[in-house]
Design a protein. Structure first.
Length: 232
């Protein structure tokens, strides 16, 4: 594994093993819409811990303020911990901008490929995973101030293949629309899944600090959901 760092940004450290983005098993439910509790004015209150398979601590929240509303939809655009940065977003355009920023930085370092995952971090930044045609993977961090750095590179091994899809602007917009129609909150993770059943895995953070993992089909239809209650 080779690590790179941008000298103008905060250095990062990585563990000895490849950090996998979360894969989830869906729990099928009756197809109903899962709605988060809303504050007066439409904000989402979040406090406590948000759990995920790999980096639950990365998204631990301590108290929350009402998030700003999206200028286009009027829906909450992010959840902001008290004294901290906003986490997650309901704005597909914001996610696409982050992916584009990460892609340009990776390419400038001779790395990159197709974006296949984006993951919110507790400082308000995001990590974007890229997969090259030969199976090489690169993770790029994009901070709230637009700063960028290579988090990790992982050369392909004998079992790795190229990406099966890409989080392009149109795909991201369709994923966000479908996920937030199912669960009223903010997006904290999107992952292209190559399991053949549900090519898109999405995590939505709700107002009550619960998370909903949503499996979407190739046509962005909801195939299943898995709710992780904050007090479970």
């Amino acid at each position: 594994m080779t690590e790179h760092s941008n000298p103008e940004t905060t250095p990062t450290t990585t563990g000895p093993a490849k950090k996998a983005f979360p894969k989830r098993t869906a729990l099928l439910i009756g197809g109903g819409v899962l709605a988060g509790a809303l504050l007066v004015g439409g904000g989402i209150a979040i406090g406590g811990a948000l759990d995920d398979d790999d980096d639950r601590d990365d998204l631990a929240l301590a108290g929350a303020t009402q998030p700003a509303a999206s200028s286009e939809t009027g829906a909450p655009s992010s959840a902001a911990p008290a004294g901290g940065a906003a986490i997650g977003t309901a704005d597909a355009a914001e996610l696409s901008d982050i992916i584009a920023t990460a892609s340009a930085f990776a390419a400038s370092d001779g790395l990159g490929g197709e974006p296949t995952a984006i993951d919110a971090k507790r400082d308000g930044g995001w990590e974007v995973r890229f997969e090259a045609a030969n199976g090489d993977e690169t993770e790029v961090y994009v901070g709230t101030d637009g700063s960028t750095r290579i988090v990790e590179t992982d050369p392909a091994d004998g079992d790795d293949q190229g990406p099966t899809g890409s989080l392009d602007e149109s795909t991201v917009a369709s994923i966000v629309e479908a996920a937030l129609a199912e669960a009223d909150g903010v997006i904290t993770d999107i992952d292209l899944d190559d399991d053949g059943r549900s090519p898109y895995d999405v995590t939505v953070l709700l107002a009550d600090r619960s998370t909903v993992d949503i499996d979407l089909g190739p046509d962005f239809a909801v195939l299943g959901t898995d709710v992780d209650r904050e007090d479970d």
